[in-house]
Design a protein around this ligand. Structure first.
Ligand code: MRU
Length: 339
């Protein structure tokens, strides 16, 4: 593996013509280290699937669709090792489970496994998965832009943008498409403790595109919703159950409940690969828990009194009844959902 540190707005050679956090170039998987944004842009070229698996687990690349793409590329790296079938299956199983809530990983690995069975080129297949995700994001943007008013503020949570997908984004794809259509949309973004995907990532990519964005602490969202300052809440998803219940970054269900209380439309944007129709409802969605240190530490300092623990579920489930519509690449769906 090779790390390349670049200055602001510099991209590695062979970079696609969109902002993309993970892509295949010259027999390697190139990943933007999202833990170091916005202060540094560090791109790492991986040629080893175990290193890439670690990058997924450790949040170097994150966001359900982007880790789906990374998982596909990881399988392409494993496939060239010529392993016995049982070992290949074991490695694919580990990749599919690297982040258990994100449906896109399992979908991507399943598609790669089929491609291998059919003796299709794994690299070409993984690149098709990447390209399909980029196309899906553009379609989500087009389908969702019509839901936004000509002028107003969209509240979002976490990062469901270019950095969380092959490019363009889901929730932020809708913002981008609305602005491209001439709508005067600005963004208010929850900081999203503990990883600060909102403050660091959503703010960074919107600022790069010249889209007006302000960051708020997570606890301020209800305040802005109650004042009538928000035209719509738009978030992404990690997994959507058959009945329309939505798993997304921890904090989403509280945001949806507040939006419902104050009569603000709450939209979920996701590609078809995030819909898991084999999971009947949200109670059955696996919720990833991460280290308590992610909550207990801030900027390298331990915050909590001695002997006090922390809990760190990193996703929650929003019941379908709080969701005004789910925007996918196929269109806009409303309750009763039957994905
Ligand atoms: O833990 P993360 O940063 O991978 O969580 C990301 C989210 O919760 C996103 O909202 C979701 O994956 C949708 S991204 C288009």
């Amino acid at each position: 593996m090779a790390a390349v540190q670049l200055g602001p707005r510099q991209r590695p050679p062979g970079y696609p013509d969109v902002l993309s956090p993970v892509f295949w170039r010259d027999d390697r998987v190139v990943v933007l280290d999202q833990r170091r944004l916005p202060s540094e842009e560090v791109w790492t070229a991986y040629d080893d699937a175990d290193d890439l698996l670690r990058a997924i687990r450790e949040m170097e690349v994150r966001g359900a669709p982007a880790i789906g793409c990374a998982a596909a590329f990881a399988v392409a790296l494993v496939a060239r090792l010529g392993l016995p079938a049982i070992e290949l299956r074991r490695r694919m199983h580990a990749i599919a489970g690297a982040r258990p809530t994100a449906a896109n990983l399992g979908v991507a690995v399943h598609r790669m496994a089929n491609a291998l069975t059919m003796e299709r080129d794994p690299v070409a297949e993984a690149q098709m998965i990447w390209a399909a995700d980029l196309a899906a994001c553009h379609a989500i943007g087009k389908n969702g832009a019509a839901l936004l008013p000509d002028e107003g503020t969209v509240l979002t949570h976490c990062n469901a943008g270019a950095l969380a997908t092959a490019g363009y984004g889901t929730a932020l794809g809708i913002v981008r498409a609305a602005r491209a259509a001439g709508k005067r949309i600005s963004v208010l973004c929850n900081e999203t403790r503990p990883w600060l995907q909102g403050a660091r990532l959503t703010a960074w990519e919107l600022a790069e595109d010249g889209i007006p964005v302000n960051v708020i602490v997570d606890g301020a969202a209800g305040h802005f919703l109650s004042r009538g300052e928000i035209a719509a809440v738009v978030v992404g998803a990690d997994r959507i159950a058959k009945n329309g219940d939505v798993a997304n970054k921890i904090g989403t269900v509280g945001l949806a409940a507040a939006a419902f209380t104050f009569g603000v439309p709450f939209y979920v944007a996701a590609p078809g690969t995030t819909i898991d129709s084999s999971t009947l409802d949200g109670a059955k969605i696996p919720i990833e828990s991460r280290s308590a240190d992610e909550v207990a530490m801030l900027a390298g300092r331990h915050l909590l009194p001695d002997g006090v623990g922390a809990r760190n579920p990193v996703f929650d489930v929003t019941p379908a009844r709080l969701v005004k519509a789910v925007v996918t690449d196929r269109g806009v769906s409303t309750a009763p959902y039957a994905f």
